[in-house]
Design a protein around this ligand. Structure first.
Ligand code: PLP
Length: 443
């Protein structure tokens, strides 16, 4: 019997014992291609010798020093690296242990910013339906995924949600991208005006939506319009790049491709590539200045923030990505992955959409392609695909559909940046077979 809660509930989980490159191995000796990077985490693959060396070196020197007493070389160097590579204007870093912590910190920074500026009446957060920002209470409140929120609603602070920018589902037929961008962003302006422009703290959105909808990029100009609306009303823009950031879409930050710089950006997953739990908030100089010239501190903190081991992992991962030019491989292999997915599944009766950027791709499965109607969620098609994929030695990240018409089952792919063409060929072949087998199992 296992005493580990997540295994007690998912009793059939295999035991992972070893990782190497793009593969994980279980206790029975079976190999799995990690085509999802866990949950878009393992950007360098497993057991990268240079990351292991950096971790050993840090551990030999010092495992931990509390931020109330010391700063450390590892944390300082990681912050320098992140700011050197950040979009202009983001010039300070707050290091935490993961994505939810980063979102919690960003929400509190946004609120404290307005307190420091003498606008304490600002209290509303606006976010988007179907988004996921983490499972702690503040992050869950910001998220718009009803299934995750429902039973905890009494504990969640009030947050306001508008529609996501989701071309496959919400762009009307015949509507141009420009018109759709204006319509989708217009919802933000309407919501700000409804709540009172001087009452709103921030708008928070994933640059490219990850887990809940499956690698959904915004249409051109949507985020530029969002940025302009936030500026018009003095509302802060928080971009959540916990999943889509740190190179996953082919640029270090996904928002570079949209020509937008947020006031606060959260990053995690690919930052440390799974070698240590690490996340961060990048903040603008205006927010930093408000703190520095105001109370002089940010009223927040965690025991393990800026942990030297986590910082050493983040630094090593980020330096290797630069040194080995891996962002170029993300673009090249991402294009190849898309081509192969379209070849294998583009005409599939039940694949409604193939989308994404870089090595952040998804297929959406539908019962009826013509009207994009999702499968009944009760069929748990996404779970069946995961099972069939695992049986074929393939890790993918499937999520469930809803019957509210906003999304079907989807399968997210987020493989390591060190991927080769042969890996892509194997991933697509096994995924195609898993999809066919899962659909066959429905009848
Ligand atoms: N934000 C986004 C966009 C995410 O995808 C996730 C996790 O999947 C989180 C936040 C929460 O991160 P974590 O699971 O590290 O707390």
């Amino acid at each position: 019997m296992t005493h580990l809660l997540h295994r007690a509930i998912h009793a059939k989980l295999p035991v992972a014992v070893r990782g190497e490159g793009v593969r994980l191995f279980d206790a029975e000796g079976r190999a799995y291609i990690d085509a999802s990077g866990g949950a878009a985490v393992s950007c360098l693959g497993h057991a990268h010798p240079d990351v292991l060396a950096a971790l050993h070196a840090q551990l030999d020197r010092m495992a931990y020093a509390h931020t109330g007493f010391f700063t450390t070389e590892a944390a300082e160097r990681l912050a320098d690296r992140l700011v050197a590579d950040a979009p202009d204007g983001l010039d300070h870093v707050y290091l935490v242990s993961g994505g939810s912590e980063a979102i919690e910190a960003a929400l509190k920074m946004a609120r404290q910013y307005f307190v420091e500026k003498g606008e304490p009446q600002r209290r509303h957060i606006i976010a988007r339906r179907q988004s996921y920002h983490g499972n702690t209470l503040g992050a869950l409140a910001a998220g718009g995924n009803e299934w995750r929120r429902a039973q905890f609603r009494p504990l969640l602070v009030e947050t306001h949600h508008i529609d996501p920018c989701f071309a496959y589902r919400l762009q009307q037929s015949g509507e141009s991208d420009a018109d759709y961008a204006a319509r989708a962003a217009g919802q933000l302006e309407a919501k700000i005006l409804e709540l009172g422009a001087d009452q709103v703290i921030a708008f928070v959105a994933e640059t490219v939506v990850g887990a809940t909808a499956g690698a959904v990029p915004p249409v051109a100009d949507y985020l530029k319009r969002v940025r302009a609306i936030c500026d018009k009303y003095g509302v802060l823009l928080i971009l959540d790049e916990v999943m889509c950031g740190m190179g996953r879409t082919g640029t270090l930050h996904a928002c570079e491709q949209d020509g937008v710089v947020p006031d606060l950006m959260t990053i995690a997953k690919g930052l440390g590539g799974g070698y240590q739990p690490v996340g961060a908030v990048l903040l603008s100089s205006a927010i930093f200045q408000a703190f520095a010239e105001g109370s002089g501190f940010f009223q927040h903190g965690h025991t393990y923030m800026a942990h030297p081991m986590a910082a050493a992992a983040g630094l090593a991962v980020q330096e290797i990505i630069r040194r080995d030019g891996l962002l170029q491989n993300v673009v090249t292999m991402g294009d190849y992955l898309e081509t192969c997915l379209v070849e294998r599944l583009g005409n599939h009766h039940h694949v409604g959409d193939i989308r994404g950027r870089g090595l952040f791709r998804a297929i959406e499965l539908v019962a009826d392609r013509a009207v994009k109607f999702p499968f009944d969620p009760g069929l748990k098609l996404n779970g069946r695909i995961k099972k069939e994929a695992m049986a074929r030695g393939l890790m993918v990240y499937p999520m469930g559909g809803t019957i509210d018409g906003q999304r079907g089952d989807h399968v997210l792919l987020a493989p390591p940046f060190i991927l080769t063409r042969e890996d892509v060929d194997q991933i697509v072949e096994r995924l195609g077979d898993a999809v066919d087998a899962a659909i066959a199992s429905l009848s």
